[in-house]
Design a protein around this ligand. Structure first.
Ligand code: ZN
Length: 460
């Protein structure tokens, strides 16, 4: 039994009073939330293995990141693409990314999940869509191994690209695969790795990359395959005005119309970004229960626009928050991303449009729902024991504690969690990762990134 003791502020629907509570954890689940000092029925105090003093801490459900491209951690901040918008940025990066190998996927998965854990994120997706023909390894398996080594809850996508430049797509032919390979590999991924359980550590999502990098038949067949096996669907949509122009020119339809045609819409579908939706399209998302993964930093970095998140939330569109790939953020700072979401929406809608509490809800419960975790994202008995814990007795929060939850988003410059707990395991303790040698990881990732860039420069 793990005891989170005497929480200074507990953000939980089960907390009668947000302060002075204990959270009891056993076998990866929350078993009770009690007043400090009380013992829940059926629990022996002698069974407590570990106590964490939370008397100066804000205790939250772990954050859930719904969109990322881990491999991009090795190609972030490249000078030639720092000031490019999406399509130019992609065209520059594709040949660099073509050099990724098994080792790069392993390292970048560890690196991205390490950064996420350090900023309070306990569960994440990853949208990996690069399968170079030279790499003869089960890359999704490599990612699951890295994720389970570090300990994070993981729901990656089997991403895909099938429409190369010779077929009118944006990516070069060398980084796309044929449809049969993608579909048979997607099926294997579901059969090998997907756990449908509410407390699963692993789920699989199918995710053709975007309307400009896959064929419409792959979109449709992926949707059918996912539904036949009860897994969720994901893609990039309505990210840029260029994408909208591309869809109109190639298919005579707007991006969402195309997705409707491909049956790629519904309560089992999420779209990354969702910036350029019309008012009618937002209503359609709400009617169908289709989700949007909001990536504010990436949208600012690439100048893509401001998503209409406030309107979506008001209409009941399921919204979550994501850091997006590290070549467009360029960090996996989850708490920082929630702050960005809060501030960016205010530029479009004014200061009363979205509260800190609403943003935290999107980053926790909203994220868990988007990835198909039905018992994650809240601190409640019977739910997964995933927590983000922040010590508020720090200079950066002094003077801000009349509202401890909002202090986390409005104040502070260091977004490091004090403790991050996944399935009852303390993975970050006193701000330090417990399952990774940070110095070794830095050295390995730094040299892998250099090799990737050198390879691309030689072949350019
Ligand atoms: Zn993305």
């Amino acid at each position: 039994v793990l005891l989170l003791e005497n929480c200074y502020h507990l953000h939980s629907p089960a907390a009668m009073n947000p302060g002075g509570q204990d959270v009891w954890v056993s076998n990866g689940r929350i078993i009770a939330v009690t007043e400090t000092g009380a013992t829940p029925d059926g629990v022996d105090r002698n069974a407590i293995d570990e106590r964490i003093d939370c008397s100066t801490c804000l205790v939250l459900p772990g954050f859930v990141n719904t969109h990322h491209h881990f491999f991009q951690t090795l190609t972030r901040n490249l000078k030639a693409a720092q000031n490019a918008k999406l399509f130019d940025w992609l065209v520059y990066h594709y040949p660099v990314w073509a050099g990724i190998n098994e080792e790069a996927v392993r390292l970048s998965t560890t690196l991205a999940t390490a950064e996420l854990l350090l900023t309070g994120c306990t569960c994440t997706s990853d949208h990996h869509y690069l399968y170079p023909p030279s790499v003869n390894a089960d890359l999704l398996g490599v990612q699951f191994d890295s994720a389970s080594e570090i300990g994070i809850r993981f729901a990656p996508c089997r991403g895909s690209m099938s429409r190369g430049a010779s077929q009118g797509g944006l990516p070069p032919d060398e980084v796309v695969q044929d449809e049969d390979t993608i579909l048979s590999d997607s099926l294997l991924a579901i059969e090998h790795y997907h756990d449908p359980g509410a407390h699963a550590m692993r789920k699989v999502i199918l995710a053709p990359c975007s309307p400009f990098s896959v064929t419409l038949s792959l979109m449709r067949e992926s949707a059918r395959l996912a539904r036949a096996h009860g897994v969720r669907l994901h893609t990039h949509l309505a990210e840029t005005a260029d994408e909208e122009a591309y869809c109109l020119e190639q298919h005579g339809k707007r991006p969402l119309q195309l997705m409707e045609e491909c049956e790629f819409i519904g309560s089992d579908v999420t779209y990354a970004h969702g910036i350029h939706f019309s008012t009618e399209e937002i209503t359609r998302l709400a009617e169908t229960g289709t989700g949007v993964c909001h990536c504010p930093s990436s949208n600012m970095r690439l100048g893509s626009g401001i998503a209409r998140i406030v309107e979506m939330v008001r209409q009941g569109v399921p919204v979550s928050i994501a850091v997006d790939g590290s070549a467009s953020n360029d960090s996996s700072d989850y708490l920082g991303e929630m702050r960005m979401a809060l501030l960016l929406q205010r530029i479009r809608y004014g200061a009363d449009a979205l509260s800190a509490e609403q943003v935290v809800d999107l980053g926790t419960r909203g994220g868990a729902a988007a990835l198909g975790f039905t018992r994650s994202g809240e601190i409640r008995p019977g739910w997964t024991a995933d927590f983000a814990i922040f010590d508020l007795h720090r200079l950066q929060y002094a003077g801000a504690l009349s509202d401890p939850l909002a202090a986390l988003l409005f104040a502070g410059h260091d977004h490091s969690a004090t403790h991050t707990i996944v399935a009852g395991r303390v993975l970050v303790r006193d701000g330090k990762l417990q399952t990774v040698d940070e110095e070794q990881l830095f050295a390995d990732a730094d040299s892998a990134a250099r090799r990737l860039l050198e390879r691309a420069e030689t072949s350019r």
